[in-house]
Ligand binder design. Sequence first.
Ligand SMILES: Nc1ncnc2c1ncn2[C@@H]1O[C@H](COP(=O)(O)OP(=O)(O)O)[C@@H](O)[C@H]1O
Ligand SMILES: [Mg+2]
Length: 385
Amino acid sequence: MTRHAGSILVVDDDEIDREILEKRLSLHSFEVVEAVDGPEALGLVASRPFDLVLLDIMMPGMSGLEVLAEIRKTHTPLDLPVIVLIAGGEATDIVAALELGASDYIVKPPEFAVALARIRTQISAKRAEEWRLRARDELARSNRELEQFAYVASHDLQEPLRMVISYLQLLERRYAGQLDSSARDFIGFAVDGAARMQQLIRDLLEFSRVGTRQQPPVATDSGQLLDAALANLAVTVREKEAVVTRDRLPTIRVDPLQITQLFQNLIGNAIKFQKAGKPEVHVGVTERAREFEFAVRDNGIGIDPSHFDRVFAIFQRLHTRAEYPGTGMGLSICKKIVERHGGRIWVESEPGVGSCFRFTLPKAEPVEEESWLGEPAEGPTRGLY
Ligand SMILES: Nc1ncnc2c1ncn2[C@@H]1O[C@H](COP(=O)(O)OP(=O)(O)O)[C@@H](O)[C@H]1O
Ligand SMILES: [Mg+2]
C-alpha cells in the first residue's frame, strides 16, 4: 500500500496551472484529482472524500466563490479545508473568500514552497480535528458503558441484599430466645453491614442516575433551589442549630432537581463536618462575564490541601464512620452534576478554620460557534449535555 500525504482536489479552468500543481504535489506524495470547473468540482466533492480543495477563484461560468459557498453548505472548514487561489492577491477577493469560509489563500502564481506549507498546515488541522472527534466519541461511548454498568450492577445488587437483610431480621425475631448473646451480636453486625452496603449501593445508583435522569435546563431562581435544599435538611439544621446565610442569588438555566441536590450535599457536609459549636454556613455568588461562581463556606473542621482532589472521588472519605457518618459519594455526585452543567467545582480550605466549596455554572447554554453549515446546531445532544 502506498501511503499518501493526503488527497487534494485541484479546481482550475487553466490546464497548465492544474498540470503544474498536479506534478509538484504528486512529487510530495499527494493524491491529486483535477476538476476543470465548478460543477465538476461539486460533483467530485459530493461523491468522495478529499482532505483539501485548492480552488481557483477566477473561472468562467461558476466562479470560485460560488463553488466555495456551495461546499460550505455541506462541509465545515474542518471537514474539508478549502484554499483559494487568488490572482495577484486582490484584497477584496481575499476578504470575500475568507468570509465565505475559505481556510486560507494562496496568491497566484504560487510560490510552491509556501503553498505546500499552507496545504500541510490545513491538512494537519483537519487530521487533528478528526482525531479529536474520534477520541471524544470514544470517551462518550466508554462513559455511557460505565454508567450503564454502574446502574445495572447497583440496581441488580439491591434485590439479593434485601433478601439477606430480611432473613437475618427474621432469624433475629423468631429465634432470639434460643440464641446466646454472641450469636445475637453476630446477627446485629451482619444486619449493620448489610444496611451499610444497601446505602452504598443506593448512593452508587444515585451517582449513575445523574447522567441518565437529567432534565432539560430551565430558567430557575437559584434562591428557591437553596430553599428546597434547606427544607430537605430542616431536621439537621434544627438539631445542629446551624445558621445558613446567603447573598442575593441569581436566576440560572439548570436542571432544578440536580442543583437542589448539589446545594443539599454541600450544605449537609458543611453542617456535618464540624467540631463543637454551631455551624455557620454562607452561600455566596460572584457574577462573571459568562458564568456565576457560587461558594458554600463553612466554619467547620476544614480539609488538608493534600486531600483537595481526593474528596471528589467515589467513596473517598477522610474520616471513619464513627467520627462522621457517610458513604463518601456526596461530593462525587456534586462534581458530576456541576460538570454535566458545563461548570467546575473545587475546594479551598484551612484546616481548623473552615472550608469553602466553589462551583461555576454557565450563564446560558454554551453558544455554538457560528455554524458553517448555515443551520443552527440542533437539540439537546449538542451544547450542554
Ligand atoms: N465541608 C467540609 N468540611 C470538611 N471536610 C469535608 C467537607 N465536605 C466534605 N469533606 C470531606 O470530604 C469527604 C467526602 O465528602 P462526601 O463525598 O460528601 O462524603 P460523605 O459526606 O459521605 O463523607 C468527607 O468524608 C470529608 O472528609
Ligand atoms: Mg457528604
